[in-house]
Each structure stands twice: as structure tokens, then as C-alpha cells.
Design a protein around this ligand. Structure first.
Ligand code: PMP
Length: 417
């Protein structure tokens, strides 16, 4: 059977076999096999990605775009080949709409500083939601402070679902930008981003989607979504750290001023003024993370061989299994119970601090995250200082979740009873 033919039959999904592609998953931690359930923070890397990155340094390392020699041509071709892979992966119209950045955070700051500062004035509004990561809040606060614009928030309900009535109500004649997470990292909520984009466009606003937690879990088609900007980080998609993507519609990117100056982003420079390079280079000042981009291209090839629809179906089934297991732990409360969720189990346990949960799990070789997950307003909304969060990838198995549940029972026995 080819990997692509696993389709939506999660029973057939070869998670156990795919684990063998990830060297780190073979190692033990604290004397036990590693159950890695911190994938929302960062994913592990398959050998294919590690090899692609090291082959660049071993065989074709050179700076790109400017070189006239063979190595530079090879490196440039590999880097631009990665851009084309991203274009296809997102179904963008053209490779010039794919800007390489450090990650989601830098992508959002780019839009906030370039598009935001050029298009916002006093009294204009930026609309976000109550489940955003700090990196989709703070850049807008900075831009609002610089321009006199106002930040509006559509809040979430007790399940962690955005109140669409409030979202609709807040969209008005002054709304210029709507910036929304595709999937929440703290709760797992999948936002109805297509509908949100349509509503925002009807109000005349442009839409940025933060795809950090969606990109590895669901197929993303920027043309079908209709969004104006889409941001994601490579390291959440089995690719290296330090590389990410901002997709932007050409017409908007063309009209936006550069936000960082330096090499590669210019056409001409003189002491009286400079002119800008074509897209995407206008937004890529300086030597980029060439190896990272090549690694990202390899990661995209890797996940496409499995298929994101198959990955999403399998993870969905794992999530249901994990949700049922956690439901049986005494005193455990799930934070985030939206009907449409992806890959995240966030929870608190009566009488146990999230960090203590994390420490006990770690002693069992189970890696999760404890804290506010860079989403303090979400913690405030649920009245908790922190949650413990297990987050899934396609290489996780039912056994990983069994071990999570067993270790949680031990923690409750040790500390609560
Ligand atoms: N948005 C969301 C929803 C995230 O989960 C994250 C990473 N936790 C980010 C933005 C920021 O991503 P990065 O740190 O890779 O820039």
C-alpha cells in the first residue's frame, strides 16, 4: 500500500512505522521510551529533513542570489525550489507571494509593521479574538500605539469557541484588519476561518490567518480560504527552527512598504535614496536561513507523501481517544471543549499545579507542556494560572496516550489523595 492510499482510514494509519523516520523518537528519556506529546511547541524532525539540511552544508553551501559561481547557483536553485514547494503546499498563485521569514511571530510583525502602519490611522480598528497567541496580540498593540488605531476582541465562550455574534457585531466601517488563529494553541479550537474571512471582507477589512497550529494538521489552501495573509512556522511542520512563511496576496504585498532594509531587498541604492527589489525579495533583507528553507521543502515533501487529510483523520481519532481517557482521571478538567478541535488536550487537575503535573509526567518519559502557552488572556478567561497541555502529531500512538493517562493517575495518587 502506498502512503497516500491510507486516506481517511485511521485504523490503517502507519504511525508505528512512521516513527522509525524520526531518530529522536528512538531514544529513551529518564530511562523510559520517549512519549513526545509537546508537538504544539515544536515537532520532531524526520531523517529526510535532517539529511536535506546537512546535505546543503556538506555539498552546496554558498550564499544565494548574488553568486556567479556553481555552488551559489545550486544553493539558489535549492532555496527557490523550496519556495515553489511552499507555494504548491498552500496553493498560492505564485511563488512571489511566499515570503520566507523566521516564523509565525516574524510574519505577523511584518504585516503589522508594514501593512498596519501604512494603512491604519487614528480610530481605525484591528479585530482579533480571545484565543490568540501573544504573537497575534502584541504586534497589533504595538501598531495600534504607533498609529492611534484601536484593538478590538471577539471573546470566547466556556468551550473556547469564538462568539460569532460578537465577531459580527465588532466588524464595522472602521475595521481595517482582522487577525485570527486558524487553530488555537492553548485550546485546540478550530476557528471557522473561511466564514470569518468572508465576513471580514464584506466589512472591507483584510484578513491575516495565524496558521502556526493548523499547518501540520489540516490541508491549507489559501485561495479556497480567501485570506489575504497566512503565517506559519516551519518547526511546527517537522522542519527546522528559524524558518517560516508569510503568504500574502500579490496586490497587497506590492503596495506595502519594506519593513527591514538591507541587502537583497533593494534594486538600487544611493545616498539620496533607494529603490526596492521585486517580490518576494523586497521583504527578505539580508542572508536568509537557506538551510532552513531547504529543510522546510524536505518536510513538505515528507508530509505530502503521507497526506495531510490522512494525518488529520488519524490525529482526530487520537484526540477522541485521549479525550475519553482523560475524562476518567479523577479531578481532571479539560480546558477547551470546542466541537471542532485539532490536536490539543489542555487540562487542569484539582489540587495539582500544572508544573507539578509536567514534572511527574517527565519522570515517566512523557513530555508535555505546562504554563500559559503564550496565551495569558485564555488563562484569564478560564480563571486558571496555567494548564497542562498534551499536543499530538501523526507519530503519536494510542500507547503514548495510555502512558499519559497512567502517569496522570500516578500524579493524582501521589499528590491529591
Ligand atoms: N501562533 C500560534 C497559534 C502558535 O501556537 C505559535 C507558537 N506556539 C505562534 C503563533 C508563534 O510561533 P513561533 O514562535 O514559531 O514564531
Amino acid at each position: 500500500m502506498t502512503l497516500a492510499s491510507y486516506s481517511a482510514h485511521s485504523d490503517d494509519f502507519p504511525a508505528a512505522r512512521l516513527r522509525a523516520d524520526f531518530p529522536i523518537l528512538q531514544r529513551s528519556v529518564r530511562g523510559q521510551p520517549l512519549a513526545y506529546l509537546d508537538n504544539a511547541a515544536t515537532t520532531q524532525k524526520p531523517q529526510a529533513v535532517i539529511d536535506a539540511e546537512s546535505a546543503y552544508y556538506r555539498e552546496i553551501n554558498a550564499n544565494i542570489h548574488r553568486g556567479v559561481h556553481w555552488l551559489s547557483e545550486q544553493a539558489t536553485a535549492a532555496h527557490e525550489g523550496a519556495r515553489e514547494r511552499v507555494r504548491r503546499f498552500l496553493n498560492a498563485r505564485e511563488a512571489a507571494e511566499i515570503i520566507f521569514v523566521r516564523g509565525t511571530t516574524e510574519a505577523i510583525n511584518l504585516v503589522a509593521q508594514s501593512y498596519g502602519r501604512a494603512n491604519l490611522g487614528p480610530g481605525d480598528e484591528v479585530l482579533i479574538t480571545g484565543l490568540e497567541h501573544h504573537s497575534n496580540i502584541v504586534p497589533w498593540q504595538l501598531t495600534c500605539a504607533q498609529t492611534g488605531a484601536v484593538l478590538k476582541v471577539a471573546h470566547i465562550d466556556d468551550r473556547g469557541v469564538v462568539c460569532m455574534d460578537e465577531f459580527r457585531r465588532l466588524l464595522g466601517a472602521r475595521t481595517r484588519i482582522v487577525a485570527v488563529a486558524h487553530v488555537s494553541n492553548a485550546l485546540g479550537t478550530v476557528n471557522p476561518v473561511r466564514e470569518m474571512t468572508e465576513l471580514a471582507h464584506q466589512a472591507g477589512a483584510v484578513v491575516l490567518l495565524d496558521g502556526a497550529q493548523a499547518i501540520a494538521h489540516t490541508p491549507v489552501d489559501v485561495q479556497a480560504l480567501g485570506c489575504d495573509f497566512y503565517a506559519f512556522s516551519g518547526h511546527k511542520l517537522y522542519a527546522p527552527t528559524g524558518i517560516g512563511v508569510l503568504y500574502g496576496r500579490r496586490a497587497l504585498l506590492e503596495a506595502m512598504p519594506p519593513w527591514q532594509g538591507g541587502g537583497d531587498m533593494i534594486r538600487t541604492v544611493s545616498f539620496t535614496g533607494s529603490t526596492w527589489n521585486d517580490l518576494p525579495h523586497k521583504f527578505e533583507a539580508g542572508t536568509p536561513h537557506i538551510a532552513g528553507a531547504i529543510g522546510l521543502g524536505a518536510a513538505i515533501d515528507y508530509v505530502q507523501r503521507i497526506g495531510l487529510a490522512a494525518i488529520g483523520a488519524y490525529e482526530h481519532e487520537l484526540l477522541a481517544y485521549g479525550t475519553a481517557l482523560l475524562g476518567d482521571i479523577p479531578g481532571l478538567r479539560l480546558i477547551g471543549t470546542a466541537p471542532d478541535k485539532a490536536g490539543i488536550l489542555s487540562f487542569v487537575i484539582d489540587g495539582l499545579h500544572a508544573h507539578d503535573i509536567g514534572t511527574v509526567l517527565d519522570s515517566h518519559g512523557v513530555a508535555i507542556r505546562a504554563g500559559h502557552h503564550c496565551a495569558m488572556p485564555v488563562m484569564e478567561r478560564f480563571g486558571v494560572p496555567a494548564t497542562a497541555r498534551a499536543s499530538l502529531a501523526f507519530y503519536n500512538t494510542h500507547e503514548d496516550l495510555d502512558r499519559l493517562a497512567q502517569a496522570l493517575r500516578r500524579a493524582v495518587e501521589m499528590f491529591v489523595r
